[in-house]
Design a protein around this ligand. Sequence first.
Ligand SMILES: CC(C)(COP(=O)(O)OP(=O)(O)OC[C@H]1O[C@@H](n2cnc3c(N)ncnc32)[C@H](O)[C@@H]1OP(=O)(O)O)[C@@H](O)C(=O)NCCC(=O)NCCS
Length: 264
Amino acid sequence: MTRDEFRLQPFDPAWKQSWKEGVAQFTPRPLLVYATLPLTNPPFRDSDDVRIVRASDQKELTECFHAAFADSFEYCDYSPGKIRGEAKKNIAEYFGGQRGEPLDASRVTLDRTSNRPTGAALFTGFDAHVAKLEMLFVHPKRQRTGLATRLVAGSLHSLAKAGYQTLLSTFMLGNQTSRRWHQRFGFNEEPDLQLATLHLKRLHSMRFLQQHASSAAPAEEALLGTSIRHWETEVTRLESALAQGRDTDAYAWMRFRIFSDRPA
Ligand SMILES: CC(C)(COP(=O)(O)OP(=O)(O)OC[C@H]1O[C@@H](n2cnc3c(N)ncnc32)[C@H](O)[C@@H]1OP(=O)(O)O)[C@@H](O)C(=O)NCCC(=O)NCCS
């Protein structure tokens, strides 16, 4: 690929993009998005194929995690063996309490015929007021049937009853499925300078490509201009927070102090 061809590649914040001596390189950007959901009087929801997680689920959930994440952005540069190892490690860490105190609100969905777990929503206590959706996964054969929605919706009442006011969740910027799921469920993405800057860079790249191809209709150009102004304002707001020493206002990871950049 020539340098000029590389310049015409759309910028995708989920990937680090570089060019050297005719070769373009795209590597996954390990950036977490933080999202929160207020737990204000969530209704009680129950269903006959959802139950509380048991310690004896560990083996089946390891298999299910592996199947769900095998093709994911998170592990796109991992060998199959390493993905299996990560499945084992992540689930063992959850059950062993290394990721925080496992909460009773954690749920699995069960296959109605075999009674085997087909997905899970695993929660930990983050602090006295905040619970964390530590892991969420559904077996690929059962995805897009509303299971993740029912799993989490079925846990909210229990979390609120235990005194939690906010549910925190994180996902990799490149995991578009997870991002769409969180948006659809009602999570709000937390303000973050790094994310806002990348988002703005993507919009500038779109405008550059539009201008290069002279392809955009005036309405599209106007819409893009509005988005750019919105994100410029947001970047300026967060940069000024940083300049005033309010780092926790500028960076979501500082507000929540989570250092891991791997799932889920
Ligand atoms: C993310 C995940 C848990 C969603 O589970 P699911 O049971 O398929 O999700 P639901 O059926 O509840 O989806 C609810 C809504 O989320 C959005 N959504 C879910 N999967 C989507 C996809 N592949 N593409 C676009 N939107 C999607 C849709 O709006 C969907 O509603 P719709 O089906 O009516 O359009 C599942 O895809 C998964 O296990 N992925 C691999 C592991 C993972 O990435 N986990 C999250 C890490 S933080």
